[in-house]
Design a protein around this ligand. Structure first.
Ligand code: FAD
Ligand code: AMP
Length: 475
């Protein structure tokens, strides 16, 4: 017998589980199918983000940051520690506890919202039917719904001749579960994931080398910010080699030998472990029956319109498996918007104001356009900036590297982009997102009272500096 629902969500990551909760709040009889299994054999909702992405990486970034500060920065505060050590098993166990608390929390939210949870694989058939196969059985069960959301997420990209073996050549999952600090860690790709996970192991004592094919560092970020970041990361000991294209890697005698090509030609380098962090691709394996009608585009993404509708009526797709940035908050907001649309409400997402964050130390965060984009698009702008080194709070904290850079339209003064590298950048960016959502001008932020002493004063001063009237710097 086919079980019927108002909505079936396939995928329980931040896209899928949030969509399911919002739909249930709106009174839809909702089911969510997710196949992730925790080490204890139980379902683990939350997708990549909670299990092997955002959350565990931040847990390890925080642990390693404490250790790094203890060894390098506390002496300036008069705190002296000798022979500080880190117990990797305890650090990893703490990370696992944070993850299971959150995945368990989502399961509780499902119960509280009366969402039916199916642990196993879902496959979209024709006529909004879904075939469900439980994680521990081969028997398929048929489900049907008026609406279906595909939220199957993404998986790491594997490059030719660099095959993951789970031990020496690893992906993000492996790098979040190392049992000891590798003496030399190679990272292919100096993007967000490579930088974050490279930072974790570097702070714990690993000699980390990042091999990046592109000639410029952090090309998606504003280049003023990227340049500062490059300098600061180098000072921290990260060896970032740009213009270095990895061609192959082999494991021999307990080491990974990586062959790469740069301006000087072909060369090789050996590591104890190699993390491949060259990006992620949409995951749609086994998701779509041949006759389901949903099509993939040339990038392997599920094709959707601006409101996340696929070409099949009643079938929607959100998150990493569709166009747009692969970010958890983007997936969640799409989930909420789709649930509201199917419940007959109005909903929209402004892709232009999705914030980006890199959780290195210092953090990097931005929203809107970069200066290079404004130049390319021939948009006239004014720029203001302010260094954290001129904020009382940054100095008092002993954490004052970096700056805020604000770009505003030359005529209207509307804020077009804000770029931050510095302490608390991940939190400070929210004020700028709000300002941009309201089509705010730099003048608006300049006239808002910011508490003293706070890091947010750097945002305030950068806004003042757009009009060359910053107080605590020359104009
Ligand atoms: P996913 O989270 O990938 O979830 C998809 C779920 O669907 C998975 O559980 C999968 O098993 C399941 N699934 C797939 N197919 C089927 C099927 N056929 N049947 C049943 N279940 C299925 N983003 C941020 O915004 N901030 C960060 O700090 C951040 N850090 C990251 C760090 C790392 C190391 C990584 C790898 C990613 C990070 N991301 C971060 C990206 C973020 O994790 C993703 O953008 C986000 O998880 C996408 O959500 P999603 O719901 O689309 O997919
Ligand atoms: P991101 O897209 O932020 O996850 O970053 C991935 C990075 O990996 C990009 O900057 C790519 O240029 C880089 N990259 C991809 N393939 C290779 C390769 N074969 N060798 C070195 N870097 C690569």
């Amino acid at each position: 017998m086919t079980e019927k629902f108002d909505l079936i969500v396939i995928g329980g990551g931040p896209g899928g589980y949030v969509a399911a909760i919002r739909a249930a709040q709106l009174g839809l009889n909702t089911a969510c199918i997710d196949m992730t299994t925790a080490r204890d054999g139980k379902a683990a909702l939350g997708g990549t983000c909670l299990n092997v992405g955002c959350i565990p990486s931040k847990a390890l970034l925080d642990s390693s940051k404490h250790f790094h500060h203890l060894n390098n920065d506390y002496a300036a505060h008069g705190i002296n520690v000798t022979d500080a050590s880190i117990d990797i098993d305890t650090m990893i166990a703490r990370k696992d506890k944070v993850v299971s608390k959150l995945t368990g929390g989502v399961a509780q939210l499902f119960k509280a919202n009366k969402i039916r949870q199916f642990h196993g694989r879902g496959r979209l058939l024709a006529d909004r039917q879904v075939e469900f196969t439980a994680h521990d059985s081969d028997e398929a069960q048929l489900l049907h719904a008026d609406n279906i959301i595909l939220a199957s997420g993404s998986v790491p990209i594997e490059i030719p001749n660099v095959a993951f073996d789970g031990e020496f050549i690893i992906d993000n999952e492996g790098a979040l579960d190392l049992t000891e600090v590798p003496e030399r860690l190679g990272v292919i790709g100096a993007g967000v994931i490579g930088l974050e996970l490279g930072s974790v192991w570097s702070r714990l004592g690993s000699e980390v080398t990042l091999l990046e094919a592109l000639p410029e560092f952090l090309m998606t970020a504003d280049q003023d910010i990227a340049k500062q970041a490059g300098r600061l990361f180098k000072r921290q000991g990260l060896d970032i080699r740009l213009g270095t294209l990895v061609k192959s890697a082999i494991v021999e005698d307990g080491e990974v030998r990586v062959t790469f090509e740069n301006q000087k030609g072909e060369d090789n380098i050996s590591f104890n472990r190699l993390l491949v962090a060259v990006g992620r691709k949409p995951y749609t394996e086994g998701l779509l029956a041949d006759d389901c009608g949903v099509e993939l585009n040339e990038r392997g993404q599920i094709g959707v319109d601006e409101q996340s509708r696929t070409s099949v009526a009643g079938v929607w797709a959100i998150g990493d498996c569709v166009r747009g940035p692969m970010l958890a908050h983007k997936a969640s907001e799409e989930g909420i918007a789709v649930a509201e649309l199917m419940a007959g409400k109005a909903a929209h997402i402004h892709f232009d104001t999705v914030p980006w964050v890199v959780y290195t130390d210092p953090e990097i965060a931005w929203v809107g356009k970069t200066e290079q984009e404004l130049i390319e698009q021939a948009i006239s702008y004014r720029v203001g900036s302010f260094p954290f080194a001129a904020t009382g709070r940054g100095l008092a904290m002993g954490d004052a590297a970096g700056m805020v850079k604000m770009l505003a339209d030359e005529e209207s003064d509307e804020i077009l982009g804000v770029h931050i590298i510095g302490p608390g950048a991940s939190e400070l960016i929210s004020e700028c997102v709000v300002a941009m959502e309201f089509h705010g001008a730099s003048e608006d932020l300049a006239r808002i009272v910011h508490a003293h002493p706070t890091l947010s004063e750097a945002v305030h001063e950068a806004a003042l500096h757009v009009d060359r009237r910053a107080i605590h710097r020359g104009n």
